[in-house]
Design a protein around this ligand. Structure first.
Ligand code: ADP
Length: 334
């Protein structure tokens, strides 16, 4: 588990529940998404109808679960939470759908990871509020149609492009969530610090926000580690100096890179002259699995403009040399 990983872990679960904004008004940043969602929900409320199905796409930790819960609370509706990988069989989905109450919000996280038969059942449920339950096996099997109460499906996925078009088309509204601006993340830090009763000055919040990879979940997690440091090594108050020292202890650098990210960059620069080098070779050099390097470290390095994936292999950008305080070979020759 990484301090800067965007995927939630056990420790996060409890704290996150406490830090979750409960209404659209409390939800920080994502102005466009908030405005669009506000219209969708207000209109449905005025018509006294169930809101249209909503698809949320965006990286882990950006607030998709939080928004799903907000949809439910703004509609004064109950919410059921499940995920694509948890639904292995169409029968699992039928059981959930048939137990929904009228107007209930069904949150389906990682909807792109649902099984094919469940997906097909979902098409019909979304469109006609009906499922066919198959009873029996082989030639004697019969499909029994089952009416469902109207409900709102809120699906979440890391990329809308991962969904088959027929599923994507059945959502009335799709919200794309971007990484957060640092100003918004500073607000997240201040809000969470208030709830956790930690004193953070503006420069301290900026320091934490700058290392949070545009992700509220990471900002909240770094804040907790900085709080520990401030409590044990200082008087509890978080300044920029305390935040920087604390995050140095946890090896999260000024740009949000952690030990693994820096190991990858450093191998690429020092062992392979900045590349191009194949993913397999690079992974061996840092002593990690290919998948770890490709899925955990690289996306952020690419997004930060530090590394590029080319058909000939991975290459470092000039910014990578600067970030690690090294001089590129051409510059050395001159
Ligand atoms: P996702 O479902 O996209 O992985 P979550 O909804 O679980 O992300 O959000 C992760 C954490 O970040 C939660 O604790 C939540 O409180 C916080 N968070 C996310 N978005 C916001 C936001 N816009 N404002 C304040 N806190 C947020």
């Amino acid at each position: 588990s990484r301090l800067v990983g965007a995927v939630a872990d056990r420790e996060d679960d409890a704290v996150e529940a406490a830090l979750r904004p409960k209404s659209l008004a409390e939800f920080i940043g994502q102005h466009r998404v908030r405005e669009q969602l506000d219209l969708v929900l207000k209109a449905a409320r005025q018509r006294e109808a169930t809101a249209d199905h909503i698809l949320l796409s965006g990286a882990p930790g950006l607030g998709k679960t939080t928004l799903a819960m907000i949809v439910a609370s703004e509609m004064a509706a109950p919410i059921r939470i499940t995920s694509g990988p948890a639904i292995q069989h169409a029968g699992d989905l039928a059981a959930i759908l048939s137990s929904l109450q009228e107007g209930e919000v069904l949150f389906l996280d990682e909807i792109h990871r649902m099984s094919r038969p469940a997906e097909e059942m979902l098409y019909m449920a979304m469109e006609d509020f009906r499922v066919d339950v198959i009873v029996g096996k082989g030639p004697g099997a019969t499909a029994i149609p089952l009416e469902l109460p109207p409900f709102t499906l809120v699906g979440a996925t890391t990329r809308a492009g991962l969904l088959p078009p027929p599923l994507r088309d059945r959502f009335g509204f799709t919200a794309h969530m971007d990484f957060y601006e640092s100003g918004d993340l500073e607000q997240v830090v201040h809000r969470s610090a208030g709830l956790l009763d930690v004193a953070v000055d503006p420069a301290g919040a900026a320091e934490i926000a700058g290392r949070s990879r545009g992700t509220p979940r990471i900002a909240n997690r770094l804040l907790r580690r900085v709080r520990d440091y401030a409590q044990v090594r200082a008087d509890g108050a978080v300044t920029s100096d305390i935040a920087a020292k604390a995050l140095d202890v946890y090896e999260v650098d000024a740009r949000g890179l952690d030990r693994l990210d820096r190991a990858v960059l450093s191998a690429l620069l020092k062992l392979f002259g900045g590349g191009p080098v194949g993913l397999g070779t690079l992974s061996v050099a840092v002593g990690e699995e290919r998948e770890t390097v490709e899925e955990v470290a690289e996306p952020f390095l690419v997004r930060e403009g530090l590394l590029a994936r080319t058909p000939r292999g991975r290459i470092a950008t000039p910014a990578a040399w600067t970030h690690l305080g090294l001089v590129p070979p051409q510059a050395q020759a001159n």
